[in-house]
Design a protein around this ligand. Structure first.
Ligand code: NAD
Length: 248
C-alpha cells in the first residue's frame, strides 16, 4: 500500500470530497485523523473506515479558529506520533449575489473558512512537519482558483488565494522535504451541491465537456497521487480535476 506507516490528517472529512479522501488514505494504509466541525459526521466517517479494516480517529475542530487548528495538530501527534500528510479540504460556498450586493458578513465568513482556515492549517502543519523531517500538504482549491464563479466573489477570491498560498509554501519549503500542492476540482456531486435546483444542476453539467459532474472519489485519486511518493518532484503546483471545464 502506498501510504503504509503514514499519518494523514483531513479537514472537513465528515462529508463529500474530504470523506472520500479520508477513506482512500485509510485504504492505502495511512492512519487517518478525520477532522470536522460536525461531530456526528466525523464519527460516522471513522466507523466507516474502521469497518473496512482501516485506522482512524476523529478530532473535532473548526478550521477557522486558529487555537482549534493548533490543538488539532497536537491531537494528531498525541494520537499517532507524527504528521506526514495533511489535506486542507474544509470549505463552504457562501451566499450567491453579484459583487455589489454581496454581504460583508458572507464575504468574511467565506474568506475566514476557505482562506484563513487553510492558512492556519498549513502554518501548524508545516511546523510539525519540520520537526518530523518532512511531509506533504494538499490544499483543496477549486476550478474557481483560476476561473470566475459568477455570484460567488468571496468563493472565487478565497480559492485563487489558496493557489497563491500553495505556491509560496512550495517555494519556501522546497529544500525542507515538504511539498505542497493545490487541487482544482470542477463541480462534484457532494452535499455542497445538493441544494442546487434541477435546472441549475443541468446548467452546471452543461459547462463540463465530459457531460457530467465529477465524483468525490475522482478527486480523491488525484489527492492520493499528490500525497504519495509518486509525485516526489511536484510542489507549488495547482492541478485540475475538472472534466474539461477550464479548457473551454
Ligand atoms: P461538503 O459540504 O460536502 O463537506 C464539507 C465538510 O467540511 C463538511 O463535513 C463540513 O462540516 C466541514 N466544514 C465546513 N466548515 C468547516 C469548518 N469551519 N471547520 C471544519 N470543518 C468544516 O463539501 P465538499 O463539496 O465535499 O467540499 C469540500 C471542499 O472541496 C471545499 O473546500 C470545497 O470548496 C471544495 N470544492 C468542492 C466542489 C464541489 O463541487 N463540491 C468543487 C470544487 C471544490
Amino acid at each position: 500500500k502506498i501510504l503504509d506507516n503514514k499519518v494523514a490528517l483531513v479537514t472537513g472529512a465528515g462529508s463529500g470530497i474530504g470523506l472520500a479522501i479520508a477513506k482512500l488514505y485509510a485504504k492505502e494504509g495511512a492512519k487517518v485523523i478525520v477532522s470536522d466541525i460536525n461531530e456526528e459526521h466525523g464519527k460516522s466517517a471513522v466507523e466507516d473506515i474502521k469497518s473496512t479494516g482501516g485506522e482512524a480517529t476523529f478530532v473535532k475542530a473548526d478550521t477557522s479558529n486558529p487555537e482549534q487548528v493548533e490543538a488539532l495538530i497536537k491531537a494528531t501527534v498525541d494520537a499517532y506520533g507524527r504528521l506526514d500528510i495533511a489535506c486542507n479540504n474544509a470549505g463552504i460556498g457562501g451566499e450567491q449575489a453579484t459583487t455589489g450586493d454581496y454581504s460583508i458578513d458572507s464575504w468574511k465568513k467565506v474568506l475566514n473558512v476557505n482562506l484563513d482556515g487553510v492558512f492556519y492549517g498549513c502554518k501548524y502543519q508545516l511546523s510539525q512537519m519540520e520537526k518530523n523531517g518532512g511531509g506533504v500538504i494538499v490544499n483543496i482549491a477549486s476550478i474557481h482558483g483560476t476561473v470566475a464563479a459568477p455570484l460567488s466573489s468571496a468563493y472565487t477570491t478565497s480559492k485563487h488565494a489558496v493557489v497563491g498560498l500553495t505556491k509560496n509554501i512550495g517555494v519556501e519549503y522546497g529544500q525542507k522535504n515538504i511539498r505542497c500542492n493545490a487541487v482544482g476540482p470542477a463541480y462534484i456531486e457532494t452535499p455542497l451541491l445538493e441544494r442546487a435546483s434541477g435546472d441549475m444542476k443541468e446548467a452546471l453539467i452543461a459547462k463540463h465537456p465530459m457531460g457530467r459532474l465529477g465524483k468525490s472519489e475522482e478527486v480523491a485519486e488525484l489527492v492520493l497521487f499528490l500525497s504519495s511518493e509518486k509525485s516526489s518532484f511536484m510542489t507549488g503546483g495547482y492541478y485540475l480535476v475538472d472534466g474539461g471545464y477550464t479548457a473551454v
